[in-house]
Design a protein around this ligand. Structure first.
Ligand code: B12
Ligand code: SF4
Ligand code: SF4
Length: 171
């Protein structure tokens, strides 16, 4: 439970979109743990700075944030496009806002992400060909192209078959 440990370690608060937010850098980061046998002094708990804001809840196109601090994973575009192995249910057709792998809408609209900074990690740079791919290139994506552009990417998780399903679904 990465978020539970991060919250207890004083790294931030869990926002209404259920991701961990840090006041200085927003929420666009991954969380990792180090398991140590050292006695360390934890930072104190961090106040929740969501206040009366409901931007993430209002913006979620599939109403996956069913209430403040509660995401119904089975309604989230991220689940449908990354984790689901079967066909995407028809009732969410037209709601994906063109997302074909994961979704960041609830974080894009979060005011705390005005403090988010671009990463400095070359391994996270997208493959250069991604920037020039046309709609037709996506529709006709082959196994070879998929393997090359997503060689070092988490997109591999959905496999070519899953990505094609997602591309077909958002059209
Ligand atoms: C399953 C999972 C998903 C699922 C379900 C998400 C969900 N909200 O539950 C799906 C596929 C939908 C998903 C989507 C995304 N995910 Co995700 N996901 C996970 C994963 C693998 C496990 C989370 C989990 O178990 N959820 C199930 C329920 C039980 O968890 P929960 O309700 O949040 O639990 C809280 C409370 O119940 C309580 N609690 C529960 N158990 C316990 C136990 C103890 C001891 C304590 C004290 C408290 C406690 O504290 C928890 C945290 O607040 C974590 C990685 C990890 N290993 O932790 C990443 C993780 C949460 N995901 C992450 C990300 C980035 C995303 C996406 C943005 C990806 C994307 N771009 O599409 C979206 C965001 C969707 C959203 N609004 O949450 C990051 C979040 C980073 C951050 N800044 O917070 C994580 C931490 C991965 C990482 N290491 O960076 N994800
Ligand atoms: S990631 Fe997208 S679909 Fe999932 S809760 Fe956030 S806005 Fe909703
Ligand atoms: S959009 Fe507003 S309510 Fe949602 S996590 Fe960010 S500050 Fe909290």
């Amino acid at each position: 439970m990465d978020k539970a440990w991060a919250k207890r370690a004083g790294l931030g608060w869990v926002g209404k979109h259920t991701n961990l937010i840090n006041r200085e850098i927003g929420s666009f980061f991954f969380i990792g743990e180090l398991i140590l046998d050292l006695e360390l002094e934890p930072d104190g708990p961090i106040t929740d700075y969501c206040g009366t804001c409901t931007r993430c809840i209002d913006a979620c196109p599939t109403d996956a944030i069913v209430g403040p601090y509660v995401v119904d994973g089975s309604k989230c575009i991220s689940y449908f496009t990354i984790e689901l192995k079967e066909a995407i249910p028809e009732e969410v057709r037209g709601k994906f806002d063109n997302w074909i792998f994961g979704c960041d809408i609830c974080q894009d609209v979060c005011p705390w992400n005005r403090f988010a900074k671009p990463h400095q990690t070359p391994a996270f740079n997208p493959h250069p060909d991604l920037a020039t791919m046309t709609k037709t290139d996506w529709e006709e994506i082959t196994e070879d192209v998929f393997r090359e552009i997503f060689r070092r990417s988490a997109v591999k998780r959905t496999k070519l078959e899953g990505l094609k399903r997602n591309i077909g679904f958002v059209q």
